[in-house]
Design a protein around this ligand. Structure first.
Ligand code: 9MR
Length: 369
């Protein structure tokens, strides 16, 4: 009896081993998206220096492109006319290179987080147009020369057009007028003729912004300047943007003769307080606007995941024209959206949760479910 049981068990086990498949190798984001577009992520300094070991591991495993979340902004990298902080940017580039990733530079000319010395002389007086142009050229040239052949492309100008399509009244605009944008592109191209050059902005689904940016692209091209792609930042929420308008912008950019880069993707899972991504916006904390401090309820997570799936179906639809999809942070806890425009909320806007677990919609996509 006992013998018969063992023989039976042995046969069942060997049958199982014949029919059972070896466990399938896990599909990564870069495996799945690799032949469609680059799949990128913004890394902070803890990730590029690998102090955040879990975060760095996710970056290496799943992404084939990186952009510096903060360490290349002028305030960080060039805080005084004669001081350069290269350490973090050098490490960021090295991290990307060592892991075989396409490295993207962010951002050369931006009104925000711009070192104040750019615009004033030693007596605190506003500089002339000539001085500002020379400072812009020096700043751009130093960065592009240092990383020539190592950084594939740069957000040359960031957020210069307002939602209605008019120019933002920044210091660059006040001193140089519209000319500051072509000047920045010219300096960048001269410093590294092989680097790709991008214009980058938020709220790109708004018709006014779309028209303003398309006009800008056409004007740069008419002046014979290089512009490879426009970055649609894509800071989204549960009710914005309108995807019909979002697709119209993708198409309008294609029609204008540039590629489209999705550069800063994230999506609020909690109420959106401020639209767009104007760093200057601030709102006082309210518990009502922080409804899920412990965990995201399944019902809300389902809506978020469905919406994100829709977003990625748009990217796959336009994959021939979308060169890169970059998400603005590794896991939910890293996101700027926990503190903007209201400090201290718990948001769930990224592709990996606080336990470094991939969100369900993305598992479905890459496993073709
Ligand atoms: O995510 C960035 C955050 O950590 C910084 O405090 C902030 C100011 O430098 O910038 C955030 O990134 C911005 C990006 O550089 C440009 N588009 C809007 C992004 C969110 O504010």
């Amino acid at each position: 009896m006992i013998k018969r049981f063992f023989i039976g068990a042995f046969c069942a086990a060997s049958l199982l081993s014949c029919t059972q498949k070896a466990p399938e190798a896990e599909v990564t984001l870069k495996d799945y998206f690799g032949d469609k577009f680059l799949i990128g992520v913004a890394v902070n300094v803890d990730q590029s220096w690998e102090r955040d070991t879990l975060g760095a591991a996710i970056v290496k495993k799943h992404f084939n492109s990186v952009v510096a979340e903060n360490c290349m902004k002028s305030e960080e990298i060039h805080p005084t006319p004669f001081t350069w902080n290269w350490g973090d940017a050098d490490q960021f580039v090295k991290f990307g290179e060592e892991n075989g990733m396409t490295v993207i530079g962010h951002c050369l000319i931006w009104h925000s987080q711009c070192s104040p010395w750019f615009f004033t002389d030693e007596n605190g007086k506003q500089v002339s147009a000539e001085v500002l142009k020379a400072r812009m050229r020096d700043h751009i040239t130093a960065i592009l020369t240092r990383y020539r052949g190592r950084i594939k492309g740069y957000d040359v100008v960031n957020e210069a057009i307002l939602d209605d399509g008019s120019y933002r009244n920044s210091k660059f605009y006040e001193i140089l007028g519209e000319e500051f944008i072509p000047w920045a592109f010219k300096c960048a191209h001269e410093a590294d003729p092989d680097a790709e050059l991008y214009y980058n902005d938020y709220s790109m689904a708004l018709p006014g912004k779309r028209e303003g940016v398309v006009k800008l692209v056409k004007s740069l091209k008419a002046q014979g300047l290089r512009i490879d792609a426009v970055g649609m930042q894509s800071h989204m929420g549960m009710e914005h943007p309108d995807f019909v308008e979002y697709e119209k912008t993708i198409q309008a950019l294609i029609d204008a003769g540039v590629e489209v880069a999705i550069t800063e993707l994230d999506m609020d899972a909690i109420p959106t307080v401020s639209f767009g991504a104007s760093v200057e916006d601030e709102a006082a904390y309210s518990a009502q606007m922080n409804p899920y401090p412990e965990a995201l309820p399944d019902s809300v997570s389902q809506i978020w995941n469905d919406r994100m799936k829709q977003v990625f179906s748009i990217y796959e639809k336009y994959q021939d024209h979308i060169c890169r999809v970059t998400v603005w942070g590794v896991q939910d806890g890293d996101s700027w959206k926990n503190d903007w425009p209201m400090k201290g909320r718990t948001n769930y806007p990224l592709l990996f949760d606080r336990n470094y677990e991939m969100k369900p919609f993305l598992k479905d996509i890459i496993n073709k479910k």
